[in-house]
Design a protein around this ligand. Structure first.
Ligand code: ADP
Length: 227
């Protein structure tokens, strides 16, 4: 479903972010991407979203080499990927329901689809009872779960969560990770970038560890630190 083949990326300042980089993620996997700051994790996300292009190599997403994708097809590519970030960007003057409705309207969805999808995605993150709440009435964890729900409106086959628990306490962080696991169990492939040792160790998923633009470990059921 996602494959990098001999990908090189060097930024203009001659910093080599990825060096002959290869990896493959199958449909339905849950993968942790870990590694110190500067290892190349965000570069991977930016390449998948085609915010930047590699200097060399191929990147296959859903069977298509996206390095060859025409510029006019990039918005559709981005809509086909769920994205969750560290900072929850919700509109303060809109309720949970209205926040999700807003993005769906921009995507041109019909009112009936909007209605049924919002219920489904809020159910995924156990927030159906918070539909009418405003962001300031929610905890950080609840706000992040709204963002996760919102990222699922297009039923993406791939969800990338880039340090989604960065601003949250450990218990709440585990709730977020569990919401991602639930989404993964329903068939969505999840790539989670994280520094949270406890989450990685508890969930026992595939761990890909990067350092200086190369994979130093790729282990099924791995721990945060190699034993
Ligand atoms: P991570 O997400 O693991 O912290 P990044 O992918 O952001 O790592 O960065 C990998 C390397 O590329 C780092 O050395 C970083 O300083 C460098 N880098 C990232 N983005 C840019 C950029 N836009 N211009 C120049 N160098 C960059």
């Amino acid at each position: 479903m996602l494959e990098f083949v001999h990908v090189d990326k060097t930024y203009k300042n001659k910093v080599c972010a990825l060096n002959d980089f290869n990896f493959k993620i199958e449909q339905g996997e849950f993968v942790f991407l870990i590694g110190p700051s500067g290892a190349g994790k965000s570069t991977i996300t930016k390449l998948i979203l085609k915010e930047i292009n590699p200097d060399r190599g191929k990147i296959y997403l859903y069977g298509e080499d996206i390095t060859r994708l025409k510029a006019r097809k990039v918005p559709k590519l981005r809509q086909s990927i769920g994205m969750v970030f560290q900072d929850f960007k919700l509109l303060e003057n809109k309720t949970v329901y209205q926040n999700i409705k807003y993005v769906m309207q921009i995507l041109g969805k019909s009112s009936s689809e909007i209605k049924s999808t919002i219920d489904t995605v809020l159910d995924l993150v156990n927030l159906k009872d918070k539909k009418t709440a405003y962001p300031h009435e929610l905890s950080g964890g609840e706000m992040q779960r709204v963002c996760i729900a919102r990222s699922m409106v297009n039923k993406p086959k791939l969800l990338i969560a880039d340090e989604p628990t960065g601003n949250l306490d450990p218990v709440t962080s585990m709730d977020i990770a569990n919401a991602l696991v639930r989404i993964n169990k329903r068939g969505t492939t999840v790539l989670m970038i994280t520094h949270e040792k406890d989450i990685v160790n508890k969930l026992q998923k595939r761990v890909i560890q990067l350092d200086k633009g190369i994979i130093v470990r790729d282990e099924e059921g791995g721990m945060y630190e190699k034993n």
